[in-house]
Design a binder for this molecule. Sequence first.
Ligand code: PLP
Length: 487
Amino acid sequence: MKYISTRGAGLTSGEPQSFSSILLGGLAPDGGLYLPTEYPQVSADELRAWRQLSYADLAAKVLAKFAGDIPVEVLADLTRRTYTAEVYRNVRPGEDATEITPLLPLGEENGTQLSLLALSNGPTLAFKDMAMQLLGNLFEYALAQHGDALNILGATSGDTGSAAEYAMRGKEGIRVFMLSPAGKMSAFQTAQMYSLQDPNIFNLAVEGVFDDCQDIVKAVSNDHAYKARYKIGTVNSINWARVVAQVVYYFKGYFAATGGKSGQDGKVSFTVPSGNFGNVCAGHIARMMGLPIHKLVVATNENDVLDEFFRTGNYRVRKSAETFHTSSPSMDISKASNFERFLFDLLDRDAQATAALLAKVEQGGFDLSGTDAFARVAQFGFVSGRSTHADRVATIQDVAKRYDVVIDTHTADGVKVAREALEPGVPMVVLETAQPAKFAETIREALHREPPRPAGFEQLESLPQRVETVQNDVARVKAYIAEHTGL
Ligand SMILES: *Cc1c(COP(=O)(O)O)cnc(C)c1O
């Protein structure tokens, strides 16, 4: 399996790349995103056999389709070390942690079964652990192959940074420098990151807002000499291995929703709370591989660029000032970075056309309404919907009352939108992307009580914290990294 760029590298020029050679990188040299030359297919026989597998072994099978240059025994070892009941232990009372992503049936609505796929049982209680934990082990393996080192630089407003830190802590050859806006994250998120005491994790609280942190990362990344000298890398959501890792739980969720190990194939729809389009892009890939997914429902909050596109064909990027701060903050995104991968398929894999549209994104957007490309949206099973703060609160209340289940704000956006897309006889699985403990404020508003906290998190905010405060200044950050890389 070889990889090409959505903007043409390896397709119109250069050599297609192997999985290992794009693993540690971000963007392709031409500024595009990597995709396989074609989607690997899963046969009916394979689908039947995969039903029986543990999560870890299923993950190895899926990965093997994409990472042909890594020996299968290595992949199996990596996934068995990653997807353990020990790492994904934060399940609801009564749930089986060995399932890694247990399916929680809510009930029958509009003639079909509505369920949650619990993806946030990992160390940071959000679905980003699903991919990031694997990435930590893949990176460690790849670096050891060449005796190399990597200094990961990132900016976070909450979930991504902590998922990256928990995945990379203690990893040989890897250091993490994570910029966060000083005093701007929730007490829970702050404590989760800053309480890590591992010597290879460096938390830098920047005196500024999230955009300032991101600007610093961009400035450092644009200094190619510095980047090479200090072996700077990233783990952002465009990383191809992260997307592939997310493909696995669509298979797992599909098997669970169609009767488990003794079940039979039928169609299943998924609703995905979306921001950067990474999660639902993995669903698209699973569907392209032949998994019988009926609909892929994109759920947005008030930041509804994607919903507008899927309803109308008009992709209208919002400016930073028009990006709302909502109570589902991990979806507060005005430009979905992984959308380019889907766009490439929508344009029938025409890299030139993709590059032309992406150039228009810089000017504010593009309109595909009435085109053949937009007609493919339905062919690919995509529909969408949006949700507001009032919807989240009402949905959290309703699900608690009706099913005695407390859901987080992002998952509430998903359930709200899923209910509008139910079709009789087609099971609907909503991806649960975070646990309610992370977003206590809205839970208190909706339910007038504290959200449940998994065991071990009771004292989180009172643990000692390790963080360095730095001025909002690129030179200071560069100097700090240079001093602490050991290079
Ligand atoms: C990151 C995140 C999302 C959005 O996922 P994308 O892959 O960016 O679409 C949704 N919910 C939660 C809790 C997240 O952390």
